[in-house]
Design a protein around this ligand. Structure first.
Ligand SMILES: [Zn+2]
Length: 320
């Protein structure tokens, strides 16, 4: 589904609920308590508020024929506990999954006609679902590089104090990982290379930064597999030894980071990086929208308090 399909096909709450039901239980509705598939659908009439003389909307419920539990398609999901209609959730997901560079809370606020805080919180909960669930280790030819984000000065190494360091690891012709690290030390680089690169990799290409050789040893990668490109001497491409594909991902991220987010707050940077690489890695997926709706139905909620208290260096994989 693309943005236009979402507009046209998911324009009523009933249609959205049916879609969510299908994505959450592709093999048929299951009881949340006992997993029975013997379910009866019931429509609970909205209650009349005597003061305003208004009736709340009817609710579509399932009742389990085994244990009698009543539940809805949104119960226990991130879509629950929100006054936002599902049609707005879905529109937000479509906007975020389709924009190449990401979308700001302000843009979302205008598109959905909601408050800024609602849009911001919504975007973060969608972002939470946009994480590789079980990222495989990268192999073949892998490029590793770092870039600097934020801060006022054009920095280079040694001047990263007021900038955030983002490490990029990309398999040529394959997936990308973007990781927010505190500083490009042997310890940090080595740990992330170990986390994301298969030791059976053919080649790892980096620039001449002095921390890389020791980082490779730490990650269990043999020194003969490590090829270095000397940026200092303006030798950017030596045949196959280059870091151009990870650099092109950095530049796309930066266009979004400065264009759409203005100021990516430090403690949420990893979420933006996850969102970006998820979209990047799934760009050929025929239904990124449906996939994200489904992940959000299966993942737990993200309480507002947790979100604002998060540490700046959130692990790459958000624990469930
Ligand atoms: Zn049951």
């Amino acid at each position: 589904m693309n943005l236009l399909d979402v507009f046209k096909e998911l324009n009523t709450e009933a249609k959205c609920l049916a879609f969510l039901e299908h994505m959450r239980w592709p093999d048929g509705v299951k009881c949340l308590a006992c997993e029975s598939q013997r379910i009866t659908r019931i429509t609970a009439k909205g209650k009349l508020n005597k003061k305003t003389n208004r009736r709340s909307p009817d609710r579509e419920l399932y009742q389990c024929n085994e244990c009698r539990k009543q539940f809805t398609a949104t119960d226990g999901t991130v879509y629950h506990d929100t006054h936002l209609p599902l049609s707005k959730w879905f529109l937000a997901i479509a906007l975020i999954t389709e924009s190449k560079k990401g979308i700001s809370a302000n843009q979302l606020k205008r598109a959905l006609s909601v408050q800024y805080r609602t849009a911001w919180y919504l975007a973060h909960r969608i972002r939470k679902a946009m994480v590789e669930a079980n990222p495989s280790k990268l192999g073949g030819t892998v490029e590793v590089d770092e870039t600097y984000i934020g801060g006022k000065h054009r920095g280079n190494r040694g001047k990263f104090l007021n900038k955030e360091v983002v490490m990029g690891v990309r398999q040529r012709g394959g997936d990308l990982r973007l990781i927010h690290i505190e500083a490009p030390t042997v310890q940090n680089l080595g740990q992330q290379i170990k986390e994301h690169v298969d030791p059976k990799v053919e080649t790892v290409v980096t620039d001449e930064w002095q921390a890389y050789p020791a980082a490779m040893i730490m990650a269990g990668i043999h020194s003969r597999k490590h090829k270095t490109i000397r940026h200092r001497d303006k030798v950017y491409v030596m045949g196959d030894v280059h870091t151009n594909t990870v650099e092109s991902a950095f530049s796309l991220f930066k266009r979004g980071e400065t264009g759409a987010f203005h100021k990516v707050s430090l403690k949420h940077l990893q979420r933006y990086l996850n969102e970006f690489s998820f979209r990047f890695n799934n760009r050929k997926s025929p239904d990124l929208f449906g996939m994200t709706v489904q992940r959000m139905a299966l993942a737990g909620n993200l309480p507002y308090a947790t979100l604002i208290e998060e540490n700046a260096f959130t692990p790459f994989i958000t624990p469930k």
